[in-house]
Design a protein around this ligand. Structure first.
Ligand code: GLC
Length: 633
């Protein structure tokens, strides 16, 4: 069912856990050429579809664009982009002969999915050492299952991580967090977690807490827990270079940071200023970094989000100097329009530059490995550093951990969030699409910044986005510094928000058991209609609805000023509107239907013969009664 092929001497990415014998490369079923770069080619017929690639822009059907696996600190999730934060090298080809392909290769991979030539797929690896897995199955879902089986079971977070979570880059003082907690409670808005963005730290130093802001941090964490709130601090990849800062000094002294070619520490600028980048690909450095989380778990913290781990590099001294030289050169002549653009390019090119990624090295078992050749593993291995420590100390399912950058394999030990989106209607839809693709690649615990990270939210956008978020395992509202306030209590009357969030808690027993089942059975929680209704021409092309579990279908409203939407039903279903404790149901027939949905309602479609349990409303998961359930129908 799964055949493994090898070219050269690949780096051990730890993506695959099953031991599969290597087949003769001459039997590789697709055209393969290897000449510095490995290139795979195959033809694709009219109407054939391509799914997968996890976190990426554009459609659920990925055909017709060129994507690149290159973990990127990319804040503009627009259609012209080729890469986002994750590198998820798995596709499912839905053609007469269906198959899956996993390219296990940690450097850049270009996926020309019938973009240059409309009938040809061309996959170009930036190197010639890789493993390929060719996966067969009778259906797309079976192919995904067969793939997921070889990469191991998906991460399961603690139960409380299915509660509603509030975040904001800007909460700093204790009072900010207490206000969030109290305002939720006061307004009957459920809540389980509040996030601590970089401002909780002392000068953005990992594993420190600003003592001026939190004089007794442990007492504060305890008080929050006594109120059923988990505080979730951020950890950034870069460690601030500062004399007397023990984490930095230990890292430097033991050679745990990535190195320049001359053996000195590679340094770059991120939020804390100049940082060292821990060498997560080095076993000792990884273990060392993982053990640092103890500073926070010791005071009762039981959840983390790992950030800036593509790694994001705002600048390096080298990059700055090069750009400044370029500007000097331009200044020597009178700056004309082209000079202006050259200036702009010189400055914008400083951030996350290829020159930097090519200039530093990892120490892997004593061998210096250039970062660009293993770039896509950096964030995944950072997360492994943390989860390795958590599992050893606390066991599984005890600590919440999710990451921005990822590679397949990290799905076993953490979740992901989809990074810095915008408060745009189109990003509700993008959120939906990524759920299915991420699930194919093993990432079940995932979600987007609800309400949007960048830009200014509106009340209706937030409500509509939350109505999708009700179904996503990670349900977190997060926004950027300086954007419009976005907590559910910021828009006057909170009743609509309370109605929507209440539905989440009522559905948690169902969502949690579905999630567990999908992890245990290597299944997808969210699935394109094309997978379940392969012979239905219309269902195959649906890009704005998803199947959820074995029981239902979701179809969120994702457009401004819409009181409803058209929904395609691939079979007869019951249309359900959930709002607070209210339930409205209506039997609908297979085919196109128009549904009305108010801002405080969550639409859901249940297949005939299926049913969904509901809990009583609760203000957090600790108070949720998971025993006494009723049924929607
Ligand atoms: C990055 C993260 C974002 C966070 C910000 C500040 O942009 O993606 O979630 O709020 O950094 O730490």
């Amino acid at each position: 069912m799964v055949k493994k092929f090898r070219i050269g001497n690949p780096f051990d990415t730890q993506a695959v856990v099953e031991n599969i014998e290597i087949s003769d490369i001459r039997d590789f079923p697709l055209e393969l050429s290897v000449d510095e770069k490995a290139v795979i080619k195959f033809n694709i017929g009219e109407g054939d579809m391509i799914f997968g690639l996890g976190e990426a822009v554009r459609g659920i059907n990925k055909r017709g664009w060129v994507y690149e696996s290159w973990c990127s600190d990319e804040t503009n999730h627009t259609e012209d982009k080729r890469s986002l934060y994750g590198a998820h090298n798995f596709i499912v080809v839905s053609a007469k002969k269906k198959f899956g392909l996993f390219v296990d290769f940690p450097a850049r991979v270009k996926w020309d999915l019938a973009y240059s030539k409309t009938d040809e797929v061309k996959i170009i690896l930036d190197g010639e050492n890789a493993d390929f897995y060719y996966i067969e199955g009778n259906s797309e879902r079976e192919i995904v299952r067969n793939f997921r089986k070889i990469i191991g079971k998906s991460y399961i977070p603690p139960f409380w991580a299915f509660g509603y979570q509030q975040s904001c880059w800007g909460y700093a003082k204790q009072e900010d967090f207490v206000n969030v907690r109290e305002n939720h409670r006061k307004n009957n808005l459920p809540l389980d977690c509040i996030y601590m963005d970089i401002d909780y730290m002392e000068r953005f130093k990992d594993f420190t807490v600003n003592r001026d802001l939190f004089p007794d941090f442990k007492a504060f964490v305890d008080d929050m827990r006594a109120n059923n709130i988990h505080l979730i601090p951020i950890i950034d990849a870069g460690v601030k270079k500062e004399e007397g800062y023990d984490v930095y000094e230990q890292g430097h002294k033991n050679g745990y940071f990535c190195k320049n070619a001359d053996g000195t520490d590679f340094e770059c600028g991120v939020w804390p200023g100049i940082v060292g980048l821990p060498d997560f690909l080095n076993d000792d450095a990884r273990r060392w970094f993982g053990s640092q989380y103890k500073a926070l778990t010791d005071v009762g913290i039981d959840g983390f989000w790992n950030d800036m781990n593509e790694p994001a590099i705002f600048y390096s001294a080298n990059g700055l100097n090069k750009a400044l030289d370029k500007l000097d050169e331009i200044r020597r002549d009178e700056v004309d329009i082209w000079g202006f653009f050259k200036m702009k390019d010189a400055v914008l090119g400083i951030q996350n530059s290829m020159d930097d990624y090519c200039s530093f090295y990892h120490n892997v078992d004593g061998k210096m490995v250039c970062h660009k050749d293993v770039h896509n593993l950096y964030g995944a291995f950072m997360t492994n550093a943390a989860s390795g420590f958590f599992e050893e100390k606390f066991g599984r399912e005890k600590i919440l951990i999710f990451s921005r950058a990822s590679y397949i394999g990290a799905h076993r030990t953490s979740g992901i969030w989809f990074g810095d989106n915008f408060s745009w209607w189109s990003h509700i839809l993008l959120n939906l699409k990524m759920l299915a693709s991420a699930n194919m690649c093993g990432f079940l615990y995932c979600g987007a910044d609800l309400g949007g990270f960048n830009n200014n939210v509106t009340r209706d956008l937030l409500l509509r986005w939350l109505a999708l978020g009700v179904f996503t395992p990670l349900m977190r509202n997060h926004r950027a510094l300086g954007t419009r306030v976005q907590e559910a209590y910021q828009f006057g009357d909170c009743k609509d928000f309370s109605d929507v969030l209440c539905v989440r808690y009522r559905l948690i027993p169902y969502l949690y058991s579905t999630f567990r089942r999908c992890s245990e059975n290597d299944d997808m929680m969210f699935c394109p209609l094309a997978f379940d209704y392969p012979d239905d021409k219309i269902a195959r092309e649906i890009e704005d609805q998803l199947m959820l579990g074995d029981e239902c279908m979701i179809a969120p409203i994702y457009e401004q000023n819409k009181n409803g939407r058209a929904v395609y039903l691939p079979e007869d279903m019951t249309f359900v509107k959930l709002s607070g404790e209210n339930i409205k149901t209506e039997k609908l027939k297979k085919g196109l239907n128009y549904i009305d949905v108010a801002l405080n309602e969550v639409p859901l479609f249940i297949k005939n013969g299926k049913n969904i349990p509901l809990a009583k409303p609760a203000l957090n998961t600790a108070e949720l009664d998971t025993e006494n359930l009723t049924y929607i129908l």
